[in-house]
Ligand binder design. Structure first.
Ligand SMILES: *Cc1c(COP(=O)(O)O)cnc(C)c1O
Length: 375
């Protein structure tokens, strides 16, 4: 069976982890990772966190979002995009997505804005940027923050700008299913709005100015704001550091795999009614995922089972949040959920990861081609 995912493992992680466990004076892999993102984003303040979920929670705290506030986000997303704000007592307001990219439909945002709205949370699905050209001025006009859930987006760009560094705040993920992983869990908050940076540091470090103390800026550190501990372990940072050193190589391989899928499955798929992810002009994706949208009338479960029989593990993706038990109590959907529900029902992701060999990919392509021909 060709597995759906194999977490990125290069082998170089071990030496870094070993260094962490044996160092008597501590290591600074977290600072190295943060400085890597600072450089690669052209100056964002990068704060590594235990997960992207934590980075999103930190974003909600930094943005001071609370009871009575609303945030607008796509109906088709991971539960953490909504939880981070619901945890603060705010109301997630879902809007529909675009069919071509599965990203938030920028045309649906304005109708969801009320006097309580504080932020628009954009999710760059599969490392393909949302329609930022429309969203940034819209948010500005209404005085809303733009928070990017760029969990899928490490090494992807919009008009040359890394995803996560475009809005006010951006969250990245290093979970085992993402393009780079810090040992199964990990995340990063990018603070792109300089006036929020100090507050973000304080909240992440138990509400204290310990960062300033370590820099030698103050004599002792004290309780400055209400905060928590959103620092990752050095073991996580060591794994990530090793993988960032090979970031370009990994990205190129993923993009090549994506391209081969698109070339080999796109044309036949189109003739048989299957859709694939489209990549609008100005977007440079990172091969985070490759999906097919099944034509109406095909059972997705039957399709995934038929692929499994041919030795290929394929997966659906998100389930509707607004009709889930917690969603019914803590969120609302503005407007039609038509495209959200469609993506929840007909999207199938194929194996795509650094360690997928050309032979394995050919097997996947053969299996899918055979099934498509039968449609
Ligand atoms: C994976 C993911 C998250 C959460 O990331 P973790 O690092 O697992 O907490 C959030 N949003 C999206 C869109 C994701 O895919």
């Amino acid at each position: 069976m060709i597995p759906f995912n194999r977490p990125l493992y290069l082998g170089t992680e071990l030496a870094c982890v070993n260094e962490v466990l044996r160092a008597e004076l501590g290591t600074s892999f977290r600072l190295e990772c943060e400085s890597w993102f600072h450089r690669h984003t052209g100056g964002s303040v990068a704060l590594m966190t235990p997960s992207c979920t934590h980075a999103l929670e930190l974003a909600a705290l930094v943005a001071d979002i609370g009871p009575g506030d609303e945030v607008i986000l796509p109906g088709y997303t991971f539960v953490s995009s909504a939880n981070a704000f619901a945890l603060r007592g705010a109301m997630p307001v879902f809007v529909d997505i675009r069919t071509d990219t599965c990203n938030i439909d920028e045309r649906a945002i304005e109708a969801a804005i009320t006097e309580r709205t504080r932020a628009v949370v954009v999710v760059h699905y599969g490392g393909v940027a949302c329609e930022m050209e429309a969203i940034l001025p819209l948010a500005k006009r209404h005085g809303l923050l733009v928070i990017e859930d760029a969990a899928h987006g490490v090494m992807a760009q919009w008009r040359g700008r890394p995803l996560g560094s475009i809005g006010d705040l951006g969250a990245l993920s290093f979970h085992a299913t993402k393009n780079y992983t810090s040992g199964g869990e990990g995340g990063m908050l990018l603070v792109n709005e300089p006036r929020m940076a100090e507050r973000a540091r304080l909240i992440r470090t138990k509400g204290t100015d310990r960062d300033a103390f370590l820099r030698g800026d103050v004599d002792r550190y004290t309780w400055q704001v209400v905060g928590s501990n959103y620092l990752p372990s050095e073991v996580q940072a060591a794994c990530l550091y090793a993988q960032l050193s090979a970031a370009e190589k990994v990205n190129e391989r993923r993009r090549a795999l994506w391209q081969r899928y698109a070339e080999m499955l796109g044309p036949l798929g189109a003739s048989q009614g299957f859709g694939i992810q489209s990549v609008p002009a100005g977007c440079r994706h990172n091969g985070h995922l490759f999906y097919l949208r099944l034509p109406p009338g095909l059972s997705r479960d039957a399709w995934i089972a038929a692929l499994a029989e041919k030795g290929v593990e394929a997966c659906s993706h998100y389930t509707p949040l607004h009709t889930a038990p917690a969603g019914l109590l803590n969120s609302r959907f503005q407007g039609s959920a038509k495209h959200t529900l469609a993506a929840c029902g007909d999207l199938v992701r194929l194996p795509l990861y650094y360690a997928l060999t050309d032979t394995e990919q050919a097997q996947v392509i053969d299996a899918v081609t055979e099934l498509m021909r039968q449609c």
